[in-house]
Design a protein around this ligand. Structure first.
Ligand code: UFG
Length: 336
């Protein structure tokens, strides 16, 4: 697994190990800490193997696959993911996110690994005209270089699987992943001031930030704030387990497939903030400020395809997800 010490990767290692899979993590720790591996071991009792290198280095990636000839499948999470930064550093984003995928695909072919699960995003839909979005909803031009790397990488996998029928690719289009493991031993650790809503909320609740700024309440939504489909990270991790199983058991219906991974339910920013206060009992100071550039108004998933084909469904209630995010933040900050 690439990016296995990151937010979604670490939760997926836990779920894979608990389902009986043996995992080797590849990560260069550019946006995560090596302590995550101890935390995974604490939760599952199993220490995953770990290789520290940059997958955009072709020679190192090829050498890794040739050495680890028992690898049966790849889950590719490793990527730069800050939307705003990608606008100011597009070449870094294209070089890292696209090259690492090219190196992985080339290595898979050379070493005979036939299954790939790819970490994609609902960002590929832009602001869809019809809601909820299904997998037949057209993709729209990406809003940022980061988003574009997701669309480009989906296309690269599709074309490669077409050219190499022995290789199977499956992309999971995540909606908004939030929460943390119920053990509070792993979770999301943004560097610096968080860009995303839930880390900003939990850091405000912990007293690190004065108040949450809500970016706009003049959208065309019931309370004026934008709507997203917030998916619990443990539910999301489990989607990878069923996806890998599908490929390894040859249950896929095409050699490139893609699925929406969300709850099917849209929540506004204000609804989420209120759910946080209700489930944690913590008061959250907030103010309404202007819109954030590039934000879309509303999006949520139609998850029928994942429900029916993968036999996967999001089950964790939003209150529990937010409580887990809060437990994790308190653990990180040593708060009671
Ligand atoms: N928001 C605030 N205040 C904040 C942070 C966020 O009001 O301090 C609002 C945003 O305006 C948005 C909602 O909370 O309406 C969710 O924002 P996030 O930044 O948490 O998530 P986004 O939907 O903007 O971004 C997510 C992923 C990206 C992906 C993008 C695609 O985090 O990786 O979806 O749209 F590219």
């Amino acid at each position: 697994m690439t990016g296995g010490t990151g937010f979604i990767g670490s939760h997926t290692v836990v779920e894979l190990q608990q389902a009986g899979y043996q995992v080797v993590i590849v990560d260069d720790l550019s946006n995560s800490k090596v302590d995550v591996i101890d935390a995974i071991e604490k939760i599952t009792g199993i220490r995953p193997e770990f290789a520290n290198f940059d997958l955009s280095d072709r020679a190192k990636t090829l050498a890794f696959f040739l050495k680890n000839s028992d690898v049966k499948a790849v889950i590719h999470f490793a990527a730069f993911k800050a939307v705003g930064e990608s606008v100011t550093k597009p070449l870094e984003y294209y070089r890292n996110n696209v090259n690492s995928l090219l190196n992985i695909l080339e290595s898979m072919k050379l070493s005979g690994v036939s299954s790939l699960v790819f970490s994609s995003s609902c960002t590929v839909y832009g602001q869809p005209k019809q809601l909820p979005v299904t997998e037949s909803t057209p993709r729209l031009p990406a809003e940022s270089p980061y988003g574009n790397t997701k669309a480009i990488n989906e296309d690269i996998i599709r074309d490669f699987c077409h050219a190499e029928p022995s290789i199977k690719g499956l992309a999971l289009r995540y909606f908004n992943p939030i929460g943390a493991h119920p053990s509070a031993l792993i979770g999301e650790s943004p560097v610096g001031v968080p860009n995303n809503l839930v880390p900003y909320i939990t850091q405000t609740a912990a007293g690190l930030r004065k108040e949450l700024s809500i970016f706009g309440n003049d959208y065309n939504t019931p309370d004026g704030t934008p709507i997203r489909d917030y998916i619990d990270v443990v539910d999301l991790a489990k989607a990878h387990v069923v996806a890998i199983k599908r490929l390894l058991e040859g249950k896929n219906k095409a050699n490139y497939e893609f699925f929406n991974i969300g709850t099917g339910r849209g929540l506004s920013v204000l609804e989420l903030v209120n759910a946080f206060m209700k489930s944690t009992g913590v008061n959250l100071p907030y103010k309404i400020v202007g819109r954030r550039a590039g934000d879309i108004e509303k999006i949520w998933a139609d998850t029928s395809l994942a429900n029916n084909e993968l036999g996967w469904k999001a089950v964790v209630p939003i209150e529990e997800t937010l409580l887990n995010a809060w437990k994790w933040e308190k653990n990180v900050r040593n708060l009671k």
